[in-house]
Design a protein around this ligand. Structure first.
Ligand SMILES: NC(=O)C1=CN([C@@H]2O[C@H](COP(=O)(O)OP(=O)(O)OC[C@H]3O[C@@H](n4cnc5c(N)ncnc54)[C@H](O)[C@@H]3O)[C@@H](O)[C@H]2O)[C@@H](O)CC1
Ligand SMILES: [K+]
Length: 515
């Protein structure tokens, strides 16, 4: 699903209004009806008090229009107009008049007003600011936001929680409404997926307001949300006459004394991701544990007992996953530098391979085109330097990816894969996956996909998706705390199977034949 910027949302609005030959307030009415339906379905006329806090722009207009529908259906409403500016939008005024025609008199809140009481049994509709927020809210509006936030009432945000900018970081953490649920129009907003602002958007849902499909299809975006719909077309089916050579040979290089398990995890997940053959290359001390733990995997060893000192092998793998459990010993750093000078095989680099690159910037120019790097936040910082905020981080990541022609997988709650000036935001996974070895498994999966013929970018996007789905499947049985990296590998098969599962349909009631 495409993620639009605020500017693109306004363009989409305009385009739709012209093409569908509707008035702008009709679009607002679509919004209002959908929000009303959402509430009505859940409340079923319950006598709960609904307090609507509406700004004076179109977000406020949405809120005011929802109020009218609620009142028409007998709900107990209180409409508060948060009067933060003189510049009221036309559709806000139109809907305000429609309220007045029905003898609903809103309460106007100004900077010197006393705020209304909000009880924790109430429902609050937050329609103060939408995507039009372009500067920090005034102090008195922030105070009102704080009142809403401390009320313990259920807060439903219209389009996005008021105070969140669509395409910018938040400076004042108090100046955002904490919503329990967000109904966002047509497209989720980028800020929902970034660590600093995503905390304000735990629960969100998209409301389809009938934005023109052609506009959506033809508009290039900077960010895309990746779910099953997006990854399914990239899946490469298995062929009947295939043999193990058809699906490639992956080499996993890593490990040092005490960190052989990391190579076991990456090699196993590489195999389970579908690589035809997998060889592991590790220091001598890893030979016996590796051969014993995973019989399907071939093993090559370095001449050193405890860490890797020379990366030399006679085989010709299709892809190399490198860095897990590697350590950063001087000899290992040198070995990686020498290896990169000669290597032409596609690479997936993780963990200490990334740390070694950060320590030796000169190595970066020797990366083959479209090398996949999978840093966690600390490794990313070593690579990019410190960033001011999430937006600055993405800007730096895009510049880095462009400079070195690499696919950068920014791991996090919503992992973002960056390449060619675009970001692909993953939607699968859960906090149970913040566990030792989880990253090693991801490296193995991406390496295994490239071995089978997936391009680097597709392998990274699909790999991150599969890894998250494995976590979502594993957590069902294990819960968050007991989820381990090994359990992720065990669920990988089901993650593939899940790709082809149809969503459950409600049971069909057969019609009784009329006698
Ligand atoms: N396609 C869509 O997404 C649609 C969006 N609609 C709604 O329209 C909203 C956008 O409406 P607007 O563009 O009127 O903007 P908002 O309602 O978000 O904000 C109102 C106005 O306040 C001013 N403002 C910004 N920051 C301020 C601050 N800190 N203090 C005081 N004033 C400030 C700006 O001039 C802004 O236009 C969306 O979020 C959505 O709720 C719907 O009504 C129709 C369809
Ligand atoms: K809002």
């Amino acid at each position: 699903m495409k993620i639009f910027s605020a500017k693109q949302i306004y363009q989409a609005d305009k385009y739709t209004i012209e093409k569908q030959q509707i008035k702008s307030d009709e679009l607002m009415e679509r919004v209002a009806i959908q929000i009303f339906n959402w509430l009505h379905l859940r409340l079923q006329g319950a006598p709960v008090k609904i307090q609507l806090f509406c700004g004076i722009g179109n977000n406020g207009g949405d809120g005011v229009a929802v109020a009218r529908h609620l009142q028409e259906h007998g709900y107990a409403i209180e409409v508060h107009i948060v009067n933060y500016s003189e510049k009221r939008s036309d559709d806000f005024l139109l809907n305000l008049n429609r309220l007045k025609e029905r003898k609903i008199w809103p309460n106007f809140i100004n900077n010197d007003s006393e705020f209304p009481e909000i009880s924790k049994e109430d429902i609050v509709i937050d329609a103060i600011f939408g995507i039009g927020l372009n500067r920090n809210p005034d102090a008195w509006v922030v105070k009102l936001m704080q009142k809403i936030n401390t009320s313990e009432a259920f807060v439903l945000a219209v389009d996005l929680p008021s105070g969140l900018f669509t395409d910018k970081p938040v400076k004042n953490k108090d100046a955002v409404v904490k919503a329990n649920h967000i109904l966002s129009f047509q497209t989720p907003k980028l800020v929902f997926f970034l660590p600093e602002t995503g905390v304000y958007a735990n629960q969100w849902e998209i409301i389809d307001i009938g934005i023109d499909a052609e506009f959506i299809a033809n508009t290039e975006v900077d960010y895309e949300l990746i779910s099953k719909l997006e990854v399914l077309p990239t899946y490469i089916p298995r062929e009947k006459f295939a043999h193990k050579g058809t699906y490639g040979h992956a080499l996993i290089i890593g490990g040092s004394y005490g960190k052989i398990g990391a190579v076991q995890l990456a090699s196993k997940s590489c195999l389970r991701a579908g690589s035809g053959l997998v060889t592991a290359y590790l220091p001598k001390c890893g030979y016996v544990p590796m051969q014993t733990a995973v019989p399907e995997i071939m093993v090559l060893t370095d001449e050193h007992e405890e860490f890797i000192t020379k990366i030399k092998f006679e085989i010709t793998p299709d892809v190399i996953g490198l860095g897990i459990g590697l350590g950063t010993a001087n000899e290992t750093q040198k070995a990686l530098g020498n290896f990169l000078k000669k290597n032409k095989t596609p690479l997936v680099l993780d963990a200490d391979a990334i740390n070694i690159l950060a320590l030796n910037e000169a190595f970066l120019k020797n990366l083959p085109a479209q090398t996949v790097l999978t840093p966690h936040p600390k490794e990313l910082e070593r690579l990019l330097g410190k960033w001011k905020d999430d937006f600055d981080k993405l800007k730096k990541a895009k510049a880095f990816s462009k400079k070195y022609d690499c696919v950068l997988v920014i791991k996090g709650a919503h992992t973002i894969t960056v390449y060619d000036n675009k970001g692909y935001i993953n939607t699968t996974g859960n906090p149970g996956m913040a566990t030792a070895g989880s990253g090693d498994v991801l490296t193995g999966i991406i390496t295994g996909l490239i071995a089978q013929g997936y391009g680097a970018l597709k392998a990274a996007i699909f790999g991150v998706y599969l890894h998250g789905t494995s976590g979502d499947i594993a957590v069902e049985k294990l819960g968050y705390q007991a989820l381990t990296a090994s359990a992720l590998i065990d669920s990988l098969g089901n993650a593939y199977i899940d790709l082809f599962k149809q969503p459950e349909q409600p049971p069909q009631v057969e019609e009784q034949e009329q006698q």
